[in-house]
Design a binder for this molecule. Structure first.
Ligand code: BTN
Length: 262
């Protein structure tokens, strides 16, 4: 019997897989990542997707909030990577978001690590978290995309820096169509991640990431690093080279692209 103290989906659907075979639908939740963590072993396992129509406490990276009004796409994937690789997988799952946005008419790119941007405005983001349940390690990878939302519903301070498919695309895009298209690429990446060398996937990522080659200032937990974004390592770290040629590898941080003329 279902544990009624846990969030209950309004629908449970089968998916074609091969990895993601179960979709849990919710109307409103605090955060799909939080619900995924609560439901681990109670309806959510590796290969589960949780999707909500809105979130009351959507979470972004670095403790920031992710405004989640109706119309946007809010979902979490439950995966079981090696613990050291959960962030790398989260980084790579920016690619399916970009591919789906391009398919639906918005020529998005990635800003390291996994901000999805169009004309330097944020249109999507990814939050990867790792969690143990007993000895089992799970990755919960949350994806938010500003698909059909009204930008007026975002907090005022975010509006100038954000955009949506509704604003930039030519046509209405149904969230389920967006999800179906994106899932083909998610399946592909997660299976390749299990079997192929990760270097190949990182090369693909590099091709979609507009941070490389730009002058950047990266705010990291240890302070700011400024220089030219030079490369991405096989684990997904950003390599920044300063004017003297010294390189710093950054595993986590917030990047500002500089627009100074060279
Ligand atoms: C970021 O760019 O800061 C990451 C944003 C991630 C937002 C998604 S929406 C679905 C999932 N649930 C959350 O609470 N956050 C992620």
């Amino acid at each position: 019997m279902a544990d009624e103290s846990l969030p209950q989906p309004v629908a449970v659907e089968d998916r074609p897989g091969p990895i993601f075979r179960r979709l849990l639908r919710f109307d409103a939740v605090d955060s799909t990542n939080e619900v995924a963590k609560l439901l681990l072993g109670h309806g959510a396992d590796e290969g589960t997707i949780l999707v909500a129509k809105r979130q009351s406490a959507g979470k972004g990276r670095h403790g920031r909030a992710w405004a989640s009004p109706p119309g946007g796409l809010y979902l979490s994937f439950v995966v079981k990577p090696e613990p050291a690789y959960v962030a790398t997988l989260g980084l790579l799952l920016g690619m399916p978001v970009v591919k789906a946005l391009r398919h639906f008419g918005v020529f998005a790119t990635l800003k390291w690590p996994n901000d999805v941007v169009f004309m330097e405005k944020k249109i999507g983001g990814i939050l990867s978290e790792g969690v143990y349940r007993g000895d089992a390690f799970y990755g919960v990878i949350g994806v938010g995309v500003n698909t059909g939302m009204d930008l007026e519903r975002l907090p005022e301070d975010l509006r100038a820096r954000a955009t949506s498919v509704k604003r930039e695309g030519a046509e209405y895009v149904d969230n389920d169509d967006f999800l179906d298209y994106m899932m083909k690429h998610v399946e592909d990446i997660v299976s390749k991640f299990r079997t192929e060398t990760r270097d190949r996937l990182i090369k693909d990522y590099r091709g979609l990431c507009t941070t490389i080659g730009k002058d950047v200032v990266v705010t990291t937990p240890k302070g700011k690093v400024a220089g030219r974004a030079y490369d991405i390592t096989p684990m997904g770290a950003l390599v920044v080279m300063d004017p003297q040629g010294a390189k710093t590898e950054i595993v986590d941080g917030t990047v500002e692209h500089s627009h100074r003329p060279r």
